[in-house]
Design a protein around this ligand. Structure first.
Ligand SMILES: *[C@@H]1O[C@H](CO)[C@@H](O)[C@H](O)[C@H]1NC(C)=O
Ligand SMILES: *[C@@H]1O[C@H](CO)[C@@H](O)[C@H](O)[C@H]1NC(C)=O
Ligand SMILES: *[C@@H]1O[C@H](CO)[C@@H](O)[C@H](O)[C@H]1NC(C)=O
Ligand SMILES: *[C@@H]1O[C@H](CO)[C@@H](O)[C@H](O)[C@H]1NC(C)=O
Ligand SMILES: *[C@@H]1O[C@H](CO)[C@@H](O)[C@H](O)[C@H]1NC(C)=O
Ligand SMILES: *[C@@H]1O[C@H](CO)[C@@H](O)[C@H](O)[C@H]1NC(C)=O
Ligand SMILES: *[C@@H]1O[C@H](CO)[C@@H](O)[C@H](O)[C@H]1NC(C)=O
Ligand SMILES: *[C@@H]1O[C@H](CO)[C@@H](O)[C@H](O)[C@H]1NC(C)=O
Length: 745
């Protein structure tokens, strides 16, 4: 145990941290919320980062030191302890109840680095393994032992432990390094960790989100999984052989950052290998984003951290979780449709989807009904007599979509056709009546048909596989470029996230289990976490950056028939939507070359972006200071994707690749670019003679605007896309290149 004298001695060494900066906390809460909060209590939760303690100080020592920052141990006369969480791994720091004016006192204490007002974050399969080329008992999936020996941690809403996905048949005991505990109704070799950080010990899942993401990442093989008969088949998570550790940090109302950090802290202590974070973290400068700060510690300990890109697309610059040490995942469709069709009496057929498939299609013809003024189908505006016996066409529906549809059906409608979302993205929802969901494009056709009182028949055709085009970027998937980490292309990768079938608890507000179909970058994230686990199982010594590089440089730039991956409007998807492309797990296990990065590289990048204060906030290593490090610009970070300024004079960046393929191998540079972009690679040949060997090369990019050439996007957000592939006899190591007018040379 650390003595008080030790602590005092240590405090003397913290002189480099200025005690005078007191306005360095984030207060993003809207004024209104602030007011109502202060009325009830003058106290808010603050996350406070302080200088690192020597490694020999134990948890009690940490706690005592943190308490020394507080004006008192209890908040007011409430008798409630101020200290809520005491962190030791994400950083030295704590979460505590403080009144705003007390924060000034805390900030004046030696050792104080930064404080953030706690904020609340929002949460944002049977077929997907096959869609991703993973087939049972074959190839890479088997070779990786389905992720055997790897521990996938999830920060989520908890887990329903009794689901068959979390059975442990065929799973060996966890590795001896595992230090976690499991507090759940069933713990076994599959579910080795379950903890609640939201208060109380109940790690159960009342929302469903955490059960869904856990089973997608690492659910065991189960047969006969389906959603009311849809999508039936053998279900498995991507890393079906891996262990699961659930850190419950969210409830139905969201996830507090102070709790997310407590989950991260525990997961690092416990010894997880991969962390899957399907939470929206807002878009903040990375040194003001406690999750970016906390995950840096995880990555520096070798943990691969995979995060959702966010559900705020298709707006440009909406990507979140964009720190360069994170793997940021965008969401796309799969080649599956829960087909339901509308047959118009003029012979035309419109294909939509329905989660509730009426078992027997009827051949009855009903007139279509559409009211332009009531396009949102608000039930109160509709007349029972007019809609009775008709198929009601709704262009959009507000938050009351469920009760509205319920009433419309009760009033005797024959069915509802609902067109929602943007472009070709149909986010399926659970309606327990005859509702067919169509794209807005098809919705317009139906509106025109309804105007002539045309008749229609609804048919249900169950689950179709092989739907084209696929993958298609989901409209909600957040887009780059990243406003906070300029020069680093985000999101990193596209994975299945639209209408994903996975495990579900028995009784929740939004479903009954044992499975449910939901959408989001939340659903795309655990696919990549599972793939990272498979790679980790094959290559336990690879760094998180090497594993990321392997996933990115082997991603598919085109779909299975060689066409462009499309966006929600069926236009060629931009790099800001798909990053390096659609994940290809089998190739990711054997990338040939990797673009590696270590803590010193990231530290140099943080110095360039944020200076010493940012470094102290994020890196917490007193032996690293900006004057001692060389600054690394975003574009110069050894990232597996490339962003450069778009200039008429050649702009050069360097990259270094490490040989992780055959000892002797030769790679030649292959460049793809439109006429308007000139890309030179020097040298254009890399010869390796041993494994682990590193080679540097430079890429020069310039703009060559001829007549009629144009830049994608508006002039301010414009960019031109190309790619560099290093090609050997066995490998293609591809990096997309975005030359952007947003970046300055
Ligand atoms: C797939 O492989 C796993 C592990 O070998 C096995 O438990 C499961 O039963 C297999 N499923 C099928 C459909 O072959
Ligand atoms: C159908 O949905 C409505 C509203 O969502 C609900 O009140 C009703 O109980 C549901 N009926 C069945 C049979 O599930
Ligand atoms: C329409 O029908 C519903 C369900 O049958 C009923 O509850 C409601 O009162 C009716 N509304 C009118 C205006 O008749
Ligand atoms: C229904 O599915 C069958 C077989 O999958 C297919 O041949 C047929 O065209 C589909 N019909 C419609 C209306 O989609
Ligand atoms: C591939 O994309 C093209 C358009 O870029 C599309 O026409 C084609 O159907 C897609 N193929 C598949 C298998 O989805
Ligand atoms: C989309 O990409 C394809 C190649 O996959 C190309 O032939 C086509 O010209 C592109 N379309 C546009 C509008 O750029
Ligand atoms: C701090 O950085 C130095 C230099 O890279 C490294 O040797 C040391 O292990 C780091 N310390 C910690 C606690 O990570
Ligand atoms: C890139 O590499 C070249 C050749 O080694 C070197 O001259 C140049 O300074 C490097 N540029 C940067 C930005 O490191």
């Amino acid at each position: 145990m650390a003595s008080l004298a030790n602590l005092l001695l240590f405090l003397l060494f913290l002189g480099t941290f200025s005690p005078t900066t007191i306005f360095c906390f984030v207060n993003p809460a809207p004024a209104k919320v602030h007011e109502s909060a202060t009325k009830t209590s003058p106290y808010h939760t603050y996350i406070v980062i302080v200088g690192p303690l020597p490694t020999n100080i134990d948890e009690d020592g940490h706690r005592r030191w943190y308490e020394s920052f507080l004006p008192s141990l209890h908040a007011g006369d409430s008798g409630k302890p101020r200290l809520i969480h005491s962190y030791t791994k994400v950083f030295s720091g704590f979460a505590a109840k403080l009144a705003d004016r007390e924060l000034d006192i805390v900030a004046k204490k030696p050792g104080f680095i930064r404080a953030f007002r706690d904020r609340r974050r929002q949460l944002m399969t049977t077929h997907t393994p096959e869609f991703l080329g993973l087939r049972n008992n074959t190839g890479f999936w088997r070779d990786a032992g389905y992720g055997k020996g790897v521990i996938v941690g999830l920060l989520d809403t908890g887990i329903y432990p009794l689901h068959p996905s979390f059975d442990d048949h065929g799973i060996p005991p966890p590795p001896t390094k595992w230090k976690g505990t499991c507090k759940a109704a069933r713990c076994n070799n599959k579910l080795i960790g379950a903890r609640s950080l939201v208060g109380g010990e109940d790690s159960g899942d009342k929302v469903g989100h955490g059960t869904h993401t856990s089973s997608t990442a690492a659910g065991n093989f189960i047969s006969g999984a389906s959603y009311h008969g849809l999508g039936a088949g053998i279900a498995a998570g991507i890393a079906a052989g891996a262990h699961i550790a659930m850190y419950k940090v969210c409830t139905a109302s969201g996830c507090d950052e102070s709790t997310i950090l407590a989950g991260l802290d525990t997961a690092i202590k416990d010894g997880v290998d991969v962390l899957s974070i399907s939470l929206d973290t807002g878009s903040l400068s990375i040194d003001y984003d406690p999750v970016a700060v906390g995950t840096f510690s995880a990555v520096s300990r070798g943990i691969v951290v995979v995060c959702a890109a966010g559900n705020d697309g298709p707006v440009a610059g909406s990507v979140t979780n964009d720190a360069p040490w994170l793997l940021t995942v965008a969401a796309g469709s799969v080649d599956r449709s829960f087909r339901s069709s509308i047959h118009l009496s003029n012979g035309k057929r419109i294909d939509g989807e329905a989660l509730t498939q009426v078992t027997k299609s009827s051949s009855s013809v009903y007139p279509l009904h559409y009211e332009k003024k009531r396009l949102d189908c608000n039930y109160n505006d509709l007349d029972n007599n007019t809609i009775s016996g008709k198929i009601v066409v709704c262009a959009e529906m507000g938050p009351d979509v469920h009760p509205n549809i319920h009433h419309i059906m009760d009033a005797g409608a024959a069915g509802v056709v609902l067109s929602c979302y943007e472009g070709y993205t149909t986010v399926l929802r659970n309606f327990n009546s005859s509702v067919v969901q169509v794209t807005p494009v098809d919705g317009e056709v139906l509106e025109t048909s309804a105007a002539t009182s045309m008749g229609a028949t609804l048919t249900y055709n169950n689950t179709l596989i092989g739907v084209q085009p696929s993958p298609v970027v989901a409209s909600f998937s957040s887009r780059g470029p990243s406003p906070n980490t300029m020069g680093v292309l985000k999101p990193d990768i596209l994975a299945p996230g639209l209408n994903i079938l996975a495990a579900w608890p028995p009784n929740t507000e939004s479903g009954q289990g044992p499975s449910n179909i939901i959408s989001g970058t939340s659903m795309a994230t655990p696919h990549i976490s599972g793939i990272a686990a498979l790679i980790k199982s094959l290559h336990p010594d690879w760094s998180p950056a090497a594993i990321k590089s392997a996933i990115l440089t082997t991603a598919d730039a085109v779909n299975k028939t060689g066409g462009s991956i499309l966006d929600e409007n069926h236009k060629n998807a931009s790099l800001y939507a798909i990053g390096s492309g659609h994940v290809n797990p089998a190739k990711a296990a054997d990338p040939g070359l990797v673009y590696d990065l270590d803590i010193i590289d990231y530290a140099g990048y943080i110095c360039w972006l944020l200076g010493d204060k940012g470094l102290a906030t994020i890196v917490h290593n007193s032996s690293l200071t900006c004057p001692k490090l060389s600054k690394v610009k975003g574009i110069e970070l050894n990232y597996p994707t490339i962003m450069v300024p778009l200039t008429s004079t050649p702009f050069t960046v360097n990259r270094t690749v490490t040989n992780v393929g055959p000892e002797t191998s030769t790679y030649t540079a292959k460049v793809e670019a439109p006429k308007s972009l000139n890309i030179q690679v020097t040298p254009d040949k890399l010869v390796f003679s041993k494994s682990g060997e590193k080679k540097m090369f430079s890429i020069s990019v310039s703009r060559k605007l001829g007549r009629g050439e144009r830049i994608e996007g508006s002039s301010s957000m414009g960019h031109i896309e190309g790619s560099l592939s290093w090609v050997s006899r066995k490998h293609v190591v591809r990096s997309p290149i975005a030359a952007s007018t947003l970046l300055s040379p």
